[in-house]
Design a protein around this ligand. Sequence first.
Ligand code: PLP
Length: 417
Amino acid sequence: MKTDTLHTEDIRLYDVKKIREDFPILKKTVHGKPLCYLDNAATTQKPQIVLDTLNTYYTSMNSNIHRGVHYLSGVATDAFEKARIKVKDFINANSEKEIIFTRGTTESINLVANSFGRANIKEGDEIIISHMEHHSNIVPWQLLALEKKAKLRIIPINDKGELLSNEFEKLITDRTKLVSIVYVSNSLGTINPVEHIIETSHKYNIPVLLDAAQAVKHLPVDVQTLDCDFLAFSGHKLYGPTGIGVLYGKENLLDSMPPFMGGGDMISKVTFEQTTYNELPFKFEAGTSNIADAIGLGTAIDYISSIGMDNIASYEKNLLNYATEALSQIDGLKIIGQAEEKCSVISFIFDNIHPHDVGTLLDYEGIAIRTGHHCTQPVMQRFNIPATSRASFALYNTTDEVDTLVSGIKKVIEVFK
Ligand SMILES: Cc1ncc(COP(=O)(O)O)c(C=O)c1O
């Protein structure tokens, strides 16, 4: 069933054609063909309103924030702090003190590893992650484990690409100090049962970090309902600019943590003998922040909120079902990642065609997909494959584009016959 225009639960019309008009890059042609952009797990395109915000910032507000007494500094500071409030409301944090601007998910996780981790994890302690983590939720913990002589424990996954939640509780010991888990897998599309993970961890007083890099653009995320302790995401995957991201942390935890980086803005008083740190959230925002892009992220949040996260989730679910059905009909195509709870990602392989060849030939058709290990090499090892081709969808993709993908793949198959 085609679902480009559908009535969602709150009876609002999801007009994908109108939404596409908001994204100038979608009018582009590539190799003479209309761009069919299906690499949204890597990064999303930006609506005009976000581009306008960046332009307006640099043409009428550009100034450094928090420390100036002049007019422009006040305007820029206001806009930056308003963006923080938009992020707070978007994920329903309790206070803007809990919203730290970073460069992205990677930096947010590294912040927790270097601050919370170095302060709390000692020799013999354990950190639990899963087999489907992005490298940015593996390597920071490995570095920490190496330094502290701590251990990583890994939640296994099944052949459908689902976490073995029953195994999870068995991994918890009295040495477990943190659970850090991906909410939505970027290579499999699996939506993990994070509510269960959080509830179980909290029974043992273990804090939980959620890597929500993929989740925030596909699902409504409410940190108070989830009760996660930390949550990390990137602006560029949420229709916002690159170079800006967010770490959410519960205020009491962030308060108890030492700074990650030292420098301007994160201090209250500096003498050569001693430095006292600024209050939250500034304690974790050393140096000049990425002001324009934080404000741009605020606009991206306004944009998606105007469509409604529930509407987006429901539209994308229909689109994924349509794409899964269409791709499943293709002879020889095997989908990697068939979790019951899944969103917006289809990874696939052929026995006789390398994913890089699939990606290169589809590119000639104007179709942008991603090929490779998607920064999840342990997932590739688990399925005993070198790489996959991955189509990933966003709020502006259509069933017509899925059809274009299917005919593109059929052309690739012809080449390799
Ligand atoms: C699940 C997941 N975690 C973390 C990251 C890292 O995000 P960034 O490169 O924006 O820091 C990504 C990026 O693809 C991701 O998909």
